[in-house]
Design a protein around this ligand. Structure first.
Ligand code: NAD
Length: 458
Protein backbone atom coordinates (compact mmCIF):
# COMPACT_ATOMS: atom_id res chain seq x y z
CA UNK A 1 0.00 0.00 0.00
CA UNK A 2 1.16 3.55 -0.67
CA UNK A 3 1.52 5.65 2.47
CA UNK A 4 2.65 9.24 3.03
CA UNK A 5 4.09 10.35 6.37
CA UNK A 6 4.21 14.04 7.27
CA UNK A 7 7.04 14.95 9.65
CA UNK A 8 10.37 13.13 9.84
CA UNK A 9 11.03 13.54 13.58
CA UNK A 10 11.32 10.60 15.97
CA UNK A 11 7.85 9.31 15.28
CA UNK A 12 7.50 10.12 11.59
CA UNK A 13 10.89 8.81 10.56
CA UNK A 14 10.70 5.62 12.63
CA UNK A 15 7.09 4.94 11.57
CA UNK A 16 7.88 5.61 7.91
CA UNK A 17 10.92 3.34 7.92
CA UNK A 18 9.03 0.58 9.77
CA UNK A 19 6.01 0.78 7.45
CA UNK A 20 8.46 0.36 4.55
CA UNK A 21 10.10 -2.57 6.33
CA UNK A 22 6.75 -4.41 6.52
CA UNK A 23 6.30 -3.96 2.78
CA UNK A 24 4.52 -0.66 2.16
CA UNK A 25 5.68 2.03 -0.24
CA UNK A 26 6.34 5.04 1.95
CA UNK A 27 7.09 8.67 1.17
CA UNK A 28 8.18 10.84 4.05
CA UNK A 29 7.75 14.60 3.87
CA UNK A 30 9.25 17.31 6.06
CA UNK A 31 9.22 21.07 5.80
CA UNK A 32 12.81 21.40 6.97
CA UNK A 33 14.97 21.16 3.86
CA UNK A 34 18.18 20.47 5.78
CA UNK A 35 16.57 17.39 7.37
CA UNK A 36 15.45 15.99 4.03
CA UNK A 37 18.80 16.75 2.39
CA UNK A 38 20.58 14.93 5.23
CA UNK A 39 18.22 11.96 4.90
CA UNK A 40 18.83 11.84 1.15
CA UNK A 41 22.56 11.63 1.95
CA UNK A 42 21.82 8.77 4.35
CA UNK A 43 22.41 10.85 7.50
CA UNK A 44 19.93 10.50 10.36
CA UNK A 45 18.60 13.70 11.97
CA UNK A 46 18.25 11.89 15.32
CA UNK A 47 20.23 9.31 17.25
CA UNK A 48 18.18 6.10 17.43
CA UNK A 49 19.85 2.68 17.56
CA UNK A 50 19.42 0.72 14.29
CA UNK A 51 17.61 3.50 12.44
CA UNK A 52 20.33 4.27 9.89
CA UNK A 53 20.52 0.64 8.74
CA UNK A 54 16.72 0.31 8.60
CA UNK A 55 16.39 3.49 6.52
CA UNK A 56 19.27 2.53 4.20
CA UNK A 57 17.83 -0.95 3.59
CA UNK A 58 14.39 0.36 2.65
CA UNK A 59 15.66 3.26 0.53
CA UNK A 60 17.81 0.74 -1.32
CA UNK A 61 14.79 -1.53 -1.84
CA UNK A 62 12.86 1.42 -3.32
CA UNK A 63 10.17 1.33 -0.62
CA UNK A 64 11.17 4.52 1.24
CA UNK A 65 11.77 8.02 -0.10
CA UNK A 66 12.07 11.55 1.29
CA UNK A 67 10.89 14.90 -0.01
CA UNK A 68 9.92 18.42 1.02
CA UNK A 69 7.17 18.45 -1.57
CA UNK A 70 3.79 17.17 -0.36
CA UNK A 71 1.90 17.18 -3.66
CA UNK A 72 3.91 14.48 -5.49
CA UNK A 73 4.35 12.58 -2.21
CA UNK A 74 0.56 12.24 -1.93
CA UNK A 75 0.13 10.78 -5.43
CA UNK A 76 -1.58 7.42 -5.25
CA UNK A 77 -1.44 7.29 -1.46
CA UNK A 78 -4.32 5.60 0.37
CA UNK A 79 -3.36 6.95 3.79
CA UNK A 80 -1.38 9.89 5.09
CA UNK A 81 -0.04 9.88 8.63
CA UNK A 82 0.42 13.21 10.40
CA UNK A 83 3.46 12.86 12.70
CA UNK A 84 4.31 16.49 13.39
CA UNK A 85 5.10 17.94 16.81
CA UNK A 86 2.43 18.88 19.37
CA UNK A 87 4.51 20.82 21.91
CA UNK A 88 3.08 22.65 24.93
CA UNK A 89 1.50 25.95 23.96
CA UNK A 90 3.53 28.77 25.52
CA UNK A 91 0.45 30.69 26.67
CA UNK A 92 -1.36 28.03 28.70
CA UNK A 93 0.42 24.66 28.47
CA UNK A 94 -2.24 23.00 26.33
CA UNK A 95 -1.13 21.09 23.20
CA UNK A 96 -0.13 23.40 20.36
CA UNK A 97 -2.04 21.94 17.42
CA UNK A 98 -0.97 24.51 14.85
CA UNK A 99 1.41 22.05 13.10
CA UNK A 100 -1.27 19.33 12.98
CA UNK A 101 -3.93 21.66 11.63
CA UNK A 102 -1.40 23.20 9.21
CA UNK A 103 -0.58 19.75 7.85
CA UNK A 104 -4.31 18.87 7.60
CA UNK A 105 -4.94 22.02 5.54
CA UNK A 106 -2.05 21.23 3.20
CA UNK A 107 -3.27 17.65 2.72
CA UNK A 108 -6.87 18.73 2.09
CA UNK A 109 -5.68 21.26 -0.50
CA UNK A 110 -3.47 18.70 -2.26
CA UNK A 111 -5.59 15.53 -2.16
CA UNK A 112 -7.05 14.39 -5.46
CA UNK A 113 -8.00 10.82 -4.52
CA UNK A 114 -9.81 9.08 -1.68
CA UNK A 115 -7.57 9.32 1.37
CA UNK A 116 -7.48 8.48 5.05
CA UNK A 117 -5.78 11.11 7.22
CA UNK A 118 -4.38 9.45 10.33
CA UNK A 119 -3.14 11.45 13.33
CA UNK A 120 -0.08 9.68 14.71
CA UNK A 121 0.89 12.80 16.63
CA UNK A 122 -0.39 12.85 20.21
CA UNK A 123 -3.50 15.03 19.99
CA UNK A 124 -6.22 15.95 22.49
CA UNK A 125 -9.72 14.54 22.29
CA UNK A 126 -11.68 16.25 19.55
CA UNK A 127 -8.71 16.99 17.26
CA UNK A 128 -10.02 14.55 14.65
CA UNK A 129 -13.36 16.42 14.67
CA UNK A 130 -11.53 19.71 14.08
CA UNK A 131 -9.53 18.17 11.20
CA UNK A 132 -12.85 17.12 9.61
CA UNK A 133 -14.05 20.71 9.94
CA UNK A 134 -10.84 22.00 8.29
CA UNK A 135 -11.26 19.56 5.39
CA UNK A 136 -14.89 20.63 4.91
CA UNK A 137 -13.70 24.24 4.74
CA UNK A 138 -10.64 23.74 2.48
CA UNK A 139 -11.87 20.97 0.18
CA UNK A 140 -15.60 20.37 0.66
CA UNK A 141 -15.74 17.78 -2.13
CA UNK A 142 -12.69 15.78 -1.05
CA UNK A 143 -13.25 12.18 -0.05
CA UNK A 144 -11.22 12.12 3.14
CA UNK A 145 -11.76 9.99 6.28
CA UNK A 146 -10.04 11.01 9.52
CA UNK A 147 -8.66 8.40 11.91
CA UNK A 148 -6.51 8.32 15.05
CA UNK A 149 -3.52 6.01 15.56
CA UNK A 150 -1.45 7.24 18.50
CA UNK A 151 2.15 6.09 18.74
CA UNK A 152 3.57 4.44 21.86
CA UNK A 153 7.20 3.91 20.82
CA UNK A 154 9.97 4.82 23.26
CA UNK A 155 13.02 6.75 22.12
CA UNK A 156 16.04 4.47 22.35
CA UNK A 157 13.92 1.37 21.65
CA UNK A 158 11.76 2.87 18.93
CA UNK A 159 12.16 0.29 16.16
CA UNK A 160 11.48 -2.71 18.40
CA UNK A 161 8.50 -0.93 19.92
CA UNK A 162 7.05 -0.16 16.49
CA UNK A 163 7.63 -3.61 15.02
CA UNK A 164 6.60 -5.61 18.11
CA UNK A 165 4.22 -3.31 19.97
CA UNK A 166 2.21 -4.33 23.04
CA UNK A 167 -0.80 -3.14 21.03
CA UNK A 168 -1.77 -0.88 18.15
CA UNK A 169 -4.59 1.54 18.96
CA UNK A 170 -6.74 2.64 16.03
CA UNK A 171 -9.70 5.01 16.26
CA UNK A 172 -11.99 5.24 13.26
CA UNK A 173 -15.43 6.56 12.44
CA UNK A 174 -15.92 4.82 9.08
CA UNK A 175 -15.64 1.28 7.71
CA UNK A 176 -13.29 2.51 4.98
CA UNK A 177 -10.77 3.97 7.46
CA UNK A 178 -11.06 0.79 9.56
CA UNK A 179 -10.29 -1.37 6.53
CA UNK A 180 -7.34 0.75 5.31
CA UNK A 181 -5.70 0.81 8.74
CA UNK A 182 -6.30 -2.89 9.20
CA UNK A 183 -4.56 -3.57 5.87
CA UNK A 184 -1.64 -1.33 6.86
CA UNK A 185 -1.09 -3.06 10.20
CA UNK A 186 -1.87 -6.62 9.05
CA UNK A 187 1.82 -7.70 8.97
CA UNK A 188 2.27 -6.46 12.54
CA UNK A 189 -0.94 -8.17 13.66
CA UNK A 190 0.27 -11.39 12.02
CA UNK A 191 3.39 -11.22 14.19
CA UNK A 192 1.15 -11.33 17.26
CA UNK A 193 0.44 -7.71 18.21
CA UNK A 194 -3.20 -7.02 19.07
CA UNK A 195 -4.93 -4.28 17.07
CA UNK A 196 -7.40 -2.39 19.25
CA UNK A 197 -10.07 -0.75 17.12
CA UNK A 198 -12.20 1.84 18.83
CA UNK A 199 -13.89 5.18 18.22
CA UNK A 200 -11.67 8.11 17.27
CA UNK A 201 -12.19 10.15 20.45
CA UNK A 202 -11.50 7.10 22.63
CA UNK A 203 -8.29 6.41 20.73
CA UNK A 204 -7.15 10.01 21.22
CA UNK A 205 -7.77 9.72 24.96
CA UNK A 206 -6.02 6.33 25.32
CA UNK A 207 -2.66 7.91 24.47
CA UNK A 208 -2.97 10.60 27.14
CA UNK A 209 -4.31 8.14 29.71
CA UNK A 210 -1.32 5.82 29.06
CA UNK A 211 1.29 8.57 29.44
CA UNK A 212 -0.43 10.01 32.52
CA UNK A 213 -0.54 6.57 34.14
CA UNK A 214 3.17 5.98 33.53
CA UNK A 215 3.95 9.44 34.93
CA UNK A 216 1.94 8.56 38.04
CA UNK A 217 3.94 5.34 38.46
CA UNK A 218 7.28 7.16 38.21
CA UNK A 219 6.21 9.92 40.57
CA UNK A 220 4.77 7.44 43.05
CA UNK A 221 8.03 5.53 43.36
CA UNK A 222 9.97 8.79 43.60
CA UNK A 223 7.91 9.87 46.60
CA UNK A 224 8.23 6.40 48.10
CA UNK A 225 12.01 6.85 47.63
CA UNK A 226 11.89 10.02 49.71
CA UNK A 227 10.02 8.13 52.40
CA UNK A 228 12.59 5.32 52.22
CA UNK A 229 15.32 7.86 52.94
CA UNK A 230 13.35 9.15 55.92
CA UNK A 231 12.58 5.75 57.45
CA UNK A 232 15.76 3.87 56.55
CA UNK A 233 14.32 1.58 53.86
CA UNK A 234 15.70 0.67 50.42
CA UNK A 235 13.54 1.79 47.48
CA UNK A 236 15.05 -0.80 45.14
CA UNK A 237 13.64 -3.59 47.27
CA UNK A 238 10.34 -1.77 47.68
CA UNK A 239 10.12 -1.50 43.86
CA UNK A 240 10.83 -5.17 43.45
CA UNK A 241 8.55 -6.10 46.30
CA UNK A 242 5.59 -4.33 44.75
CA UNK A 243 6.56 -4.83 41.10
CA UNK A 244 6.56 -8.62 41.35
CA UNK A 245 2.84 -8.33 42.01
CA UNK A 246 1.37 -8.94 38.54
CA UNK A 247 -1.26 -6.29 39.11
CA UNK A 248 1.50 -3.68 39.49
CA UNK A 249 4.39 -4.86 37.26
CA UNK A 250 8.09 -4.01 37.58
CA UNK A 251 8.40 -1.38 34.85
CA UNK A 252 8.56 2.37 35.51
CA UNK A 253 9.36 1.75 39.16
CA UNK A 254 12.99 2.94 39.20
CA UNK A 255 13.32 5.89 41.54
CA UNK A 256 15.28 8.80 40.10
CA UNK A 257 15.42 12.53 39.46
CA UNK A 258 11.92 12.84 37.95
CA UNK A 259 10.54 12.24 34.48
CA UNK A 260 11.39 14.45 31.50
CA UNK A 261 11.46 14.02 27.75
CA UNK A 262 9.42 15.11 24.81
CA UNK A 263 6.18 13.42 25.92
CA UNK A 264 5.29 12.98 29.60
CA UNK A 265 5.66 16.64 30.69
CA UNK A 266 3.66 18.07 27.80
CA UNK A 267 1.10 15.27 27.65
CA UNK A 268 0.24 15.41 31.36
CA UNK A 269 -0.24 19.19 31.05
CA UNK A 270 -2.43 18.79 27.96
CA UNK A 271 -4.54 16.12 29.67
CA UNK A 272 -5.12 18.50 32.59
CA UNK A 273 -6.24 21.19 30.15
CA UNK A 274 -8.68 18.83 28.47
CA UNK A 275 -9.99 17.76 31.88
CA UNK A 276 -10.40 21.43 32.83
CA UNK A 277 -12.23 22.25 29.59
CA UNK A 278 -14.64 19.39 30.13
CA UNK A 279 -14.97 20.17 33.87
CA UNK A 280 -13.83 16.69 34.78
CA UNK A 281 -10.68 17.20 36.88
CA UNK A 282 -8.02 14.50 37.22
CA UNK A 283 -6.54 15.58 40.54
CA UNK A 284 -4.00 12.78 40.75
CA UNK A 285 -2.32 13.99 37.53
CA UNK A 286 -2.38 17.56 38.85
CA UNK A 287 -0.41 16.40 41.89
CA UNK A 288 2.02 14.39 39.75
CA UNK A 289 2.84 17.37 37.53
CA UNK A 290 3.56 19.53 40.57
CA UNK A 291 5.60 16.90 42.42
CA UNK A 292 7.69 16.07 39.35
CA UNK A 293 8.46 19.68 38.55
CA UNK A 294 9.66 20.47 42.07
CA UNK A 295 11.63 17.24 42.27
CA UNK A 296 14.08 18.12 39.49
CA UNK A 297 15.39 21.22 41.27
CA UNK A 298 15.26 19.37 44.61
CA UNK A 299 17.79 16.94 43.11
CA UNK A 300 20.10 19.92 42.62
CA UNK A 301 19.76 20.71 46.35
CA UNK A 302 20.48 17.06 47.14
CA UNK A 303 23.77 17.34 45.26
CA UNK A 304 24.64 20.57 47.08
CA UNK A 305 24.03 18.88 50.46
CA UNK A 306 26.17 15.92 49.42
CA UNK A 307 28.95 18.39 48.53
CA UNK A 308 28.82 19.76 52.07
CA UNK A 309 26.55 22.76 51.59
CA UNK A 310 29.15 25.42 50.96
CA UNK A 311 29.59 24.98 47.23
CA UNK A 312 30.41 28.39 45.72
CA UNK A 313 33.42 28.01 43.43
CA UNK A 314 33.37 24.20 43.59
CA UNK A 315 33.14 21.92 40.55
CA UNK A 316 30.39 19.36 39.93
CA UNK A 317 30.70 16.85 37.09
CA UNK A 318 27.37 15.79 35.64
CA UNK A 319 27.38 12.44 33.85
CA UNK A 320 24.40 12.13 31.52
CA UNK A 321 22.37 15.03 30.13
CA UNK A 322 19.66 13.47 27.96
CA UNK A 323 16.32 12.68 29.62
CA UNK A 324 17.09 8.97 29.27
CA UNK A 325 19.81 6.82 27.69
CA UNK A 326 20.08 5.88 24.00
CA UNK A 327 18.70 9.15 22.69
CA UNK A 328 20.10 12.61 22.01
CA UNK A 329 16.80 14.19 23.09
CA UNK A 330 17.29 16.91 25.71
CA UNK A 331 13.67 18.09 25.87
CA UNK A 332 12.62 18.68 29.52
CA UNK A 333 15.60 16.62 30.73
CA UNK A 334 16.00 16.67 34.55
CA UNK A 335 19.67 17.57 33.98
CA UNK A 336 18.57 21.05 32.87
CA UNK A 337 16.95 21.91 36.24
CA UNK A 338 19.66 20.17 38.26
CA UNK A 339 22.43 22.07 36.48
CA UNK A 340 20.55 25.35 36.86
CA UNK A 341 20.15 24.76 40.62
CA UNK A 342 23.89 24.02 40.91
CA UNK A 343 24.86 27.10 38.90
CA UNK A 344 22.50 29.26 40.99
CA UNK A 345 24.45 28.12 44.06
CA UNK A 346 27.76 29.14 42.45
CA UNK A 347 28.90 25.69 41.31
CA UNK A 348 30.95 25.36 38.13
CA UNK A 349 29.35 22.54 36.12
CA UNK A 350 31.20 20.16 33.85
CA UNK A 351 29.20 17.71 31.80
CA UNK A 352 29.58 14.56 29.75
CA UNK A 353 26.99 12.77 27.63
CA UNK A 354 27.54 10.14 24.92
CA UNK A 355 25.04 11.65 22.45
CA UNK A 356 23.32 14.71 23.93
CA UNK A 357 26.05 17.35 23.92
CA UNK A 358 25.12 18.91 20.59
CA UNK A 359 21.55 19.61 21.73
CA UNK A 360 22.67 20.45 25.26
CA UNK A 361 25.02 23.19 24.03
CA UNK A 362 22.00 25.07 22.67
CA UNK A 363 20.12 24.83 25.99
CA UNK A 364 22.77 25.25 28.69
CA UNK A 365 24.92 28.27 29.39
CA UNK A 366 28.22 28.32 31.27
CA UNK A 367 28.66 24.54 31.23
CA UNK A 368 32.03 23.02 30.35
CA UNK A 369 31.48 20.00 28.08
CA UNK A 370 34.04 17.22 28.33
CA UNK A 371 34.60 14.26 25.99
CA UNK A 372 35.38 11.56 28.48
CA UNK A 373 33.82 10.77 31.89
CA UNK A 374 37.18 10.16 33.56
CA UNK A 375 38.63 13.46 32.37
CA UNK A 376 35.42 15.17 33.46
CA UNK A 377 35.99 14.04 37.07
CA UNK A 378 39.47 15.56 37.27
CA UNK A 379 39.58 18.13 40.10
CA UNK A 380 35.79 17.87 40.69
CA UNK A 381 34.15 18.14 44.11
CA UNK A 382 31.33 15.81 43.13
CA UNK A 383 30.44 13.43 40.33
CA UNK A 384 26.70 13.26 39.72
CA UNK A 385 25.13 10.50 37.60
CA UNK A 386 21.94 11.89 36.11
CA UNK A 387 21.24 9.58 33.12
CA UNK A 388 21.85 5.82 33.24
CA UNK A 389 23.83 5.40 30.00
CA UNK A 390 25.55 1.99 29.81
CA UNK A 391 28.96 3.67 29.80
CA UNK A 392 28.31 4.92 33.37
CA UNK A 393 27.35 1.47 34.63
CA UNK A 394 30.87 0.11 34.59
CA UNK A 395 33.02 3.07 35.57
CA UNK A 396 36.24 2.33 37.42
CA UNK A 397 35.28 4.28 40.53
CA UNK A 398 38.80 4.22 41.98
CA UNK A 399 40.16 5.92 38.85
CA UNK A 400 37.37 8.49 39.09
CA UNK A 401 38.02 9.08 42.81
CA UNK A 402 41.77 9.40 42.38
CA UNK A 403 41.66 12.67 40.45
CA UNK A 404 38.78 14.32 42.36
CA UNK A 405 39.29 17.29 44.69
CA UNK A 406 36.49 16.09 47.00
CA UNK A 407 35.47 12.45 46.79
CA UNK A 408 31.69 12.59 46.47
CA UNK A 409 29.52 10.43 44.20
CA UNK A 410 25.84 11.30 43.82
CA UNK A 411 24.11 8.47 42.00
CA UNK A 412 20.64 9.68 41.00
CA UNK A 413 19.99 6.42 39.09
CA UNK A 414 20.98 3.94 41.82
CA UNK A 415 23.57 2.25 39.60
CA UNK A 416 26.22 1.57 42.22
CA UNK A 417 26.24 0.03 45.68
CA UNK A 418 27.48 1.90 48.67
CA UNK A 419 30.16 -0.76 49.12
CA UNK A 420 31.50 -0.13 45.56
CA UNK A 421 31.71 3.59 46.24
CA UNK A 422 33.29 3.17 49.67
CA UNK A 423 35.88 0.75 48.31
CA UNK A 424 36.94 3.52 45.92
CA UNK A 425 37.03 6.03 48.79
CA UNK A 426 33.93 7.90 47.64
CA UNK A 427 31.20 9.27 49.92
CA UNK A 428 28.02 7.94 48.33
CA UNK A 429 24.56 9.44 48.02
CA UNK A 430 21.80 7.63 46.15
CA UNK A 431 18.02 7.89 45.76
CA UNK A 432 15.75 6.16 48.26
CA UNK A 433 18.52 4.37 50.10
CA UNK A 434 20.37 5.08 53.33
CA UNK A 435 23.87 4.13 54.35
CA UNK A 436 24.19 0.71 56.01
CA UNK A 437 20.40 0.46 56.28
CA UNK A 438 20.48 3.16 59.00
CA UNK A 439 17.05 3.61 60.50
CA UNK A 440 16.47 7.12 61.83
CA UNK A 441 13.87 7.50 64.54
CA UNK A 442 10.74 9.49 63.84
CA UNK A 443 11.82 12.10 66.37
CA UNK A 444 15.24 12.45 64.80
CA UNK A 445 13.67 12.86 61.39
CA UNK A 446 11.24 15.51 62.57
CA UNK A 447 13.89 17.37 64.53
CA UNK A 448 16.24 17.71 61.63
CA UNK A 449 15.51 19.59 58.42
CA UNK A 450 18.15 17.64 56.55
CA UNK A 451 16.89 14.59 54.68
CA UNK A 452 17.66 11.39 56.54
CA UNK A 453 19.80 10.06 53.73
CA UNK A 454 22.26 12.93 53.82
CA UNK A 455 22.63 12.54 57.57
CA UNK A 456 23.08 8.83 57.31
CA UNK A 457 25.64 8.88 54.52
CA UNK A 458 27.55 12.04 55.34
P1 NAD B 1 9.65 16.11 16.24
O1 NAD B 1 9.56 17.50 16.69
O2 NAD B 1 10.89 15.30 16.46
O3 NAD B 1 9.32 16.04 14.66
C1 NAD B 1 8.25 16.70 14.05
C2 NAD B 1 8.63 16.96 12.60
O4 NAD B 1 7.50 17.46 11.88
C3 NAD B 1 9.73 18.02 12.42
O5 NAD B 1 10.79 17.48 11.65
C4 NAD B 1 9.04 19.17 11.66
O6 NAD B 1 9.89 19.85 10.78
C5 NAD B 1 7.96 18.41 10.92
N1 NAD B 1 6.81 19.22 10.48
C6 NAD B 1 6.05 20.09 11.19
N2 NAD B 1 5.05 20.57 10.42
C7 NAD B 1 5.19 20.02 9.19
C8 NAD B 1 4.45 20.11 7.98
N3 NAD B 1 3.35 20.88 7.85
N4 NAD B 1 4.89 19.40 6.91
C9 NAD B 1 5.98 18.61 7.00
N5 NAD B 1 6.69 18.47 8.14
C10 NAD B 1 6.30 19.16 9.22
O7 NAD B 1 8.41 15.37 16.90
P2 NAD B 1 8.32 13.86 17.45
O8 NAD B 1 9.10 13.70 18.69
O9 NAD B 1 8.50 12.91 16.33
O10 NAD B 1 6.78 13.83 17.88
C11 NAD B 1 5.74 13.90 16.91
C12 NAD B 1 4.43 13.57 17.63
O11 NAD B 1 4.47 12.22 18.11
C13 NAD B 1 4.13 14.44 18.85
O12 NAD B 1 2.76 14.66 18.92
C14 NAD B 1 4.59 13.58 20.00
O13 NAD B 1 3.92 13.87 21.20
C15 NAD B 1 4.23 12.20 19.52
N6 NAD B 1 5.02 11.11 20.10
C16 NAD B 1 6.37 11.27 20.27
C17 NAD B 1 7.11 10.21 20.80
C18 NAD B 1 8.60 10.38 21.03
O14 NAD B 1 9.16 9.52 21.70
N7 NAD B 1 9.25 11.39 20.49
C19 NAD B 1 6.49 9.00 21.14
C20 NAD B 1 5.12 8.87 20.91
C21 NAD B 1 4.40 9.93 20.39
Amino acid sequence: MRITVIGTGYVGLVSGACFAEIGHEVRCVDKVEAKIEALLRGEMPIYEPGLDALVARNVEAGRLSFSTDLVPALEGAEAVFIAVGTPSRKTDGHADLSYVYGAAREIAAAATQRLVIVTKSTVPVGTGDEIERIIAEVAPDAQIDVASNPEFLREGAAIGDFMQPDRVVIGTQTDHAHQVLHDIYLPIEQQGAPLLFTARRTSELIKYAANAFLSIKITFINEIADLCEAVGADVRDVSRGIGLDNRIGTKFLNAGPGYGGSCFPKDTLALLKTAEDFQSPIRVVDAVVHVNETRKRAMGRKVIRAMGGNVRGKIATVLGLTFKPDTDDMREAPSLSIIQALQDAGVHVRAHDPEGVEQARTMLKGVEFVDDPYGAADGAHAVVIVTEWDVYKSLDLSVIAESMAQKVLVDLRNIYSEADAQAAGLAYTAVGRVANGAAPSMDATAANDQPAQTRAIA
